[in-house]
Write a protein that binds this ligand. Structure first.
Ligand SMILES: [Cu+2]
Length: 78
């Protein structure tokens, strides 16, 4: 997580894989998933540290930071 972006914006993982979001920006962000079957729980506002979520269902799962317009990304689970 950067100042107002996710990098990379999209990642592809195998089913039951884990994604780690690392916020090194010092800026408050969150990870809010678009409602869909199989999404993990949202990651609430935080300004540092790492958070992991595991994806058990194949599909494309969009997410965004609700604090910063245009700060969005996706996880593709194969
Ligand atoms: Cu943000």
């Amino acid at each position: 997580m950067g100042a107002a972006s996710f990098a990379p914006t999209s990642v592809t993982i195998a089913a039951n894989g884990t994604v780690t979001w690392n916020n090194t920006s010092g800026i408050t962000h969150n990870v809010t998933f678009t409602a869909a079957t199989g999404v993990p729980s949202n990651i609430s506002d935080h300004s540092s540290g790492t958070n992991q979520r595991t994806f058990g269902t194949a599909g494309t799962f969009a997410f965004r930071c609700t604090l910063h317009g245009g700060m969005d990304g996706s996880v593709v689970v194969q």
